[in-house]
Ligand binder design. Structure first.
Ligand code: CAA
Length: 440
């Protein structure tokens, strides 16, 4: 079977940054270690006043098409995943296609366009849609452009304010991909939940603590469902496990749960159980509650073992390298985690071709999806093309007062065109007013 997967990626970060331990924590009278050690974020990206989900998505996509030497006739569909849409009818992909068409003699008339919504998991769902379209043989030799673009902003004073972010990831889905082949098998954990929602409102209504529990429950179900169609997994089967990363502290919890699940009924579990004085069999306990308590105690001990720490440092920590400096990008977040891991492998001269990744995507509301990927021969050259470090370093560092202004402006007076800019746009799409988009 011809491999299908992600051929290339490009990232576009919002051009402003908020330093969480140094600027945000003191303004909120909080301990900077809450951010450095607890939540695990150093910075959040913010859009400048001339940026929004359209400009960030179009700028990422333009870089991708230019770099791969593609024109609109090479692209058969454009899917945008976002939970920050501003139009209930016209999909964001049409706005982005309109921007891109300014560059080419051709247009995207022939391309199927759409917008996917299921909170943060919509980015992976769009990749799935593109994969299925190619597998079904409907692509007529064309590739799919998938763009995950979001401004993840919370109301001021909401605990979610600690986990904001803004940026876009553009991905080219094609046959014989250079980056990763996607597995046909998938696992799901899906349930009607109200932990995080935005019913016709700019900022989410969120029950933060509950949202973390729902993330973990759905992720566990997705892993079990994936195992039922794929194989019984062992933690060492995967070079990296990129999870949806609203903030690194959430991934610490997901990784521990994943490790415990993947090592159950194995020699590894027996060894650890012996070492930690725990009985893995439920029938050794007098009640379900006692069993659950024993699992909790076991997990508490497990996370401090050398074995678990070594695995975490190898398979999980490298996935957090970008997220730590940009915050939550909702639909793009798990795709940033994948890129961070591959980038780390390239920087540490690790050979990855043929190795497997396990991707843990999640969207509130709520659904988790698990699938596997196999790294392809061309991965190193593709990753070497990314300029994300330069983009991160070039961001304007906001004072707390400037942050408040930017936050107000993105809440969302789309008719205002005379707003102060913090950075100078350079050869890129900018927001120039409602329904108009142009390039400077
Ligand atoms: N030193 C070290 N650690 C510290 C600390 C200090 N001085 N102060 C606090 N911490 C730790 C806390 O112990 C906590 O860690 P644990 O969870 O391991 O106990 C962590 O830092 C966060 O501290 P708080 O719980 O006190 O933080 P908070 O009340 O401000 O809320 C939050 C944190 C719930 C994540 C909140 O920011 C929020 O609601 N975020 C938005 C919702 C969200 O991201 N949910 C994630 C799951 S849903 C999802 O993934 C979809 C999505 O993208 C939104």
């Amino acid at each position: 079977m011809t491999p299908v997967g992600i051929d290339a990626v490009e990232i576009w970060t919002g051009k402003l940054q908020l330093d969480l331990p140094e600027t945000f924590a003191p303004a909120k009278d909080e301990d900077p270690d809450k951010y450095r050690k607890g939540i695990g974020l150093e910075h959040s990206s913010f859009p400048d006043t001339y940026e929004d989900i359209v400009t960030m998505g179009a700028n990422a996509a333009k870089r991708l098409l230019e770099r791969k030497g593609l024109t609109p006739s090479d692209i058969g569909r454009i899917d945008v995943a976002t939970e920050s849409a501003f139009d209930n009818s016209k999909p964001v992909s049409t706005y982005i296609a309109g921007c891109l068409e300014q560059y080419y003699d051709e247009d995207f008339r022939h391309a199927n366009k759409g917008e996917r919504k299921f909170a943060c998991v919509a980015g992976t769902q769009s990749v799935d849609d593109a994969y299925n379209w190619i597998r079904a043989g409907r692509n007529r030799g064309r590739a799919a452009l998938v763009i995950a673009t979001d401004t993840a902003l919370y109301a001021r004073g909401d605990p979610g304010e600690a986990t904001q972010g803004a940026g876009a990831v553009a991905m080219l889905i094609d046959e014989n991909p250079d980056l990763v082949e996607i597995s046909t098998e998938q696992g799901y954990g899906s349930m009607d939940e109200t932990d995080f929602l935005k019913p016709n409102q700019q900022f989410p209504s969120v029950d933060g603590k509950r949202s973390m529990q729902v993330y973990l429950s759905r992720m566990r179900e997705a892993v079990e469902d994936f195992e039922s169609v794929a194989w019984d997994m062992h933690p060492d089967d995967f070079a990296y496990i990129p999870f949806h990363t609203p903030f690194p502290g959430m991934v610490r919890k997901a990784a521990l749960l994943g490790y415990r699940h993947m090592s159950r009924d194995t020699e590894l579990e027996d060894e650890l159980a012996d070492e930690l004085g725990y009985q893995p069999r439920q029938d050794e306990y007098t009640s379900w509650d006692a069993y659950e308590e024993a699992i909790r105690d076991y997990m508490d001990e497990l996370k401090d073992t050398d074995q678990y720490r070594a695995w975490y440092d190898k398979a999980i920590e490298p996935t957090l390298g970008i997220s730590r400096h940009v915050g939550n990008w909702y639909t793009g977040s798990v795709h940033i985690a994948r890129i961070a891991a591959l980038k780390y492998a390239a920087e540490t001269d690790r050979e990855l071709a043929g190795e497997k990744l396990l991707i843990g995507s999640y969207g509130s509301g709520a659904q988790a999806e698990i699938h596997a990927e196999t790294v392809q021969e061309g991965w190193r050259e593709e990753i070497a093309e990314l300029n994300i470090d330069a983009q991160i370093d070039a961001r304007y560092d906001l004072s707390y007062e400037e942050y408040e202004q930017v936050h107000d402006r993105h809440n969302h007076d789309k008719t205002a065109t005379d707003l102060e800019e913090f950075t100078e746009p350079e050869d890129e799409f900018v927001f120039t007013g409602w329904g108009r988009m142009s390039e400077r």
